[in-house]
Design a protein around this ligand. Structure first.
Ligand SMILES: [Fe+2]
Ligand SMILES: [Fe+2]
Length: 171
């Protein structure tokens, strides 16, 4: 694999912030990964919101139910963008972890939201590098929502909202 590296494609270049511009095809594939994460989130929130037990978790259970509805909206928004770009929206979710402990469920949700936020921040940069400004705008809108989800979960767990900033964003 090493030593047989193909020359970079003509449409891949380095942008001013050092991040590599991806192709439209790669963007479609990455959006399908995002869509699979949205499906995962829908399933997790549908199930967790109904099975989470205990007086201490009643408030967060209601919030999880709201998250489920918002994740469905995100899935629709991402699917629309994939279709617009000429791709086929995936039908397969990322795997959903299960546990009978409320705290585990909330932790799984928070970890997934962190991963989602990290990916969408990257996607905004990639979409803008390709001149797909409407897509970047759509993802920014979703990102706001995902950050709210992080706050809800971190608050319920009694932890700080994790810093998911990638190293290149800290400069
Ligand atoms: Fe989402
Ligand atoms: Fe979310």
């Amino acid at each position: 694999m090493f030593g047989k590296q193909a020359a970079p494609a003509a449409d891949q270049s380095s942008s001013t912030d050092g991040s590599r511009t991806i192709t439209r095809e790669q963007l479609i594939n990455l959006l399908n990964e995002d869509l699979a994460r949205e499906y995962q989130a829908i399933i997790a929130y549908v199930v967790y919101s109904q099975v989470i037990k205990g007086a201490a978790y009643m408030n967060i259970a209601d919030q999880l139910e709201q998250h489920a509805k918002q994740e469905l909206q995100h899935a629709l928004m991402i699917s629309r963008q994939i279709d617009y770009l000429g791709g086929s929206p995936t039908t397969t979710p990322k795997p959903v972890k299960t546990s009978d402990k409320a705290e585990d469920m909330l932790r799984f949700d928070l970890e997934n939201e962190n991963e989602t936020v990290r990916n969408y921040r990257e996607r905004v940069r990639q979409a803008e590098a390709l001149g797909e400004y409407a897509l970047a705008e759509t993802i920014r809108e979703i990102l706001l929502n995902e950050q709210d989800h992080q706050i809800d979960l971190a608050t319920a767990l009694g932890v700080d909202v994790p810093d998911v900033t990638s190293p290149q964003e800290r400069v």
